[in-house]
Design a protein. Sequence first.
Length: 116
Amino acid sequence: MATLFVNEVKKQSIDIGDMDCYHFEFLQPILEHKRFVFLGESSHCAKEYSLAKVNLIKYLHEELGFHVLAFESELGPCMIGDYLSDQLDSKRFMAGTIGRVWQNEFVPGLFDYMKK
């Protein structure tokens, strides 16, 4: 039974590459004419998930024209952090806006990107 499950997962999965080179092009026709993309994860602090998500967010912005990023976090700190983002380095920007569950060593790159 386990082998059947593993084979089905492999059959239904899409290879997005690895941490050195992600491939998200398959999303273009799927997300055409879409206004929202919701991202979830099985773990907030897994290196592989965090790096993939940061690269996916960059792809959605650069290639598909998405311009708004919302975290599942408290509204007040997010608004204040966004307002002060020009005055904060990326680490403080991250620490002052999103919940601790999102804060790990792989996410500051996203905040560097957002500051540009």
